[in-house]
Design a protein around this ligand. Structure first.
Ligand SMILES: Cc1cc2nc3c(=O)[nH]c(=O)nc-3n(C[C@H](O)[C@H](O)[C@H](O)COP(=O)(O)OP(=O)(O)OC[C@H]3O[C@@H](n4cnc5c(N)ncnc54)[C@H](O)[C@@H]3O)c2cc1C
Length: 351
């Protein structure tokens, strides 16, 4: 036997990173497998925002998620000596007086008061038309997910905890007291494969729908935006006059390839928002691990409790991943029950 670890983690996107961090914090040993087959976390806009901007309603469980997520990213900044949490306000432009009124009503609700400013905000950018002004959000920002993942990868490599190769499901052998994987002994395997779950024979029956998203990066020297703008598209400042613009939603195509249709859609929408010159300098795509009921997929295999899953982070992995990783750890190690909303048991037949 080569060696023994408490856990194997499959996948190093936001889910895998959050679970690895939890294990490090708890002093548990582990190794991570990552094969670069999925790109959702790598390309993500990285926004965190506790308000649904279509309807001005609270994001499910937002307060609890943010209470864990913000210190989580802060501690990673210290650990990896990087800057990953950019606390940008978001300006949501209005299309009509009616939308302004809906904003006022929502911002008066106790659950949203802390996040939505009651007064209208001016969009004072020369090249943006916003005749109905905007609403300004607080406690929002952007995690530089790719930079964070790259740094975390280096951190794991330096400790020989990362295997950059596909995890082969058929090589799992379950014994009474442990699981064996190609000469490696482990207590548990946690699958964090994003949309790669579809290839996992243990969990591929879970209703992961997968929603492809594309983003472009533009260079726009005249734009001078120092907040995130949500209009027909999100426009996120990256520094040096570059902005991420996104995102599309495609429920049919499950590939990670950027498409000309995606770029055309984003540019068409962008041109309704900004009136200055720009050049497209980047274009990326990924498949968000979305679920039909918009809740995460957390739990263990019904007939093998050494195999666990942390998935279904959907469109909001930045906020959800740290809390779900903690909940899964507490469930696996201390038997604390999972919330019914996230437990994969909710899909088992009630017969
Ligand atoms: C265009 C776009 C914009 C987005 N914007 C935002 C945003 O602004 N804010 C936000 O919170 N979320 C956003 N998201 C969603 C966010 O990206 C996801 O919620 C989150 O990244 C999912 O993380 P994950 O770790 O579950 O999955 P993934 O990021 O897909 O990670 C899974 C990892 O597992 C690896 N893997 C899979 N199978 C195997 C295997 N057999 N062996 C080894 N490795 C394997 C993959 O290579 C991958 O690295 C966006 C997504 C997209 C596509």
């Amino acid at each position: 036997m080569e060696r023994s670890v408490d856990y194997i983690i499959v996948g190093l996107g936001l889910a895998g990173l959050a679970f690895a961090e939890e294990l490090e914090a708890q002093g548990r040993t582990f190794v991570v497998f990552e094969d670069n087959s999925q790109t959702s976390s790598q390309v993500a806009g990285g926004m965190y925002n506790p308000v649904i901007l279509k309807r001005f309603t609270p994001v499910w469980n937002a307060k609890e998620q943010l209470e864990v997520a913000i210190p989580f990213y802060k501690s990673l900044e210290q650990k990896l000596s990087g800057l990953y949490d950019e606390q940008w306000p978001i300006y949501r432009t209005f299309k009509s007086i009616e939308e302004q009124n809906n904003w006022f009503i929502a911002s008066d609700k106790p659950v949203l008061q802390d996040y939505m400013e009651a007064e209208l905000a001016e969009v004072d950018q020369k090249y943006i038309e916003a005749p109905f002004k905007a609403g300004r959000l607080r406690h929002t920002g952007r995690i530089r997910v790719k930079e964070l993942l790259d740094a975390y990868r280096d951190h794991l490599k330096s400790k020989h905890l990362l295997k950059e190769e596909p995890f082969r499901y058929e090589s799992i052998i379950t014994w009474k007291d442990y699981v064996e994987y190609r000469g490696l002994r482990t207590g548990k395997i946690v699958f964090c494969e994003g949309n790669g779950l579809k290839k996992n024979p243990f969990f591929n029956k879970l209703p992961l729908t997968g929603t492809k998203g594309e983003l472009i990066t533009i260079h726009a020297p005249d734009l001078n935006l120092n907040y995130v703008l949500k209009s027909a598209v999100f426009i996120m400042p990256l520094g040096e006059d570059r902005y991420k613009v996104g995102a599309t939603f495609n429920w049919k195509d499950k590939t990670n390839m950027p498409t000309s249709e995606g770029r055309t859609e984003l540019e068409r929408k962008l041109k309704t928002v900004i009136k200055c010159d720009y050049t497209v300098v980047g274009h990326e795509a990924g498949v968000r691990p979305t679920t039909g009921d918009r809740r995460p997929l957390v739990g263990v295999h019904p007939s093998n409790d050494r195999l666990a899953v942390l998935n279904g982070l959907g469109t909001r992995g930045v906020m959800i991943a740290p809390l779900m990783a903690k909940k899964l750890y507490q469930f696996l190690e201390n038997g604390l029950p999972l919330d019914k909303d996230v437990d994969i048991n909710r899909f088992r037949s009630k017969k």
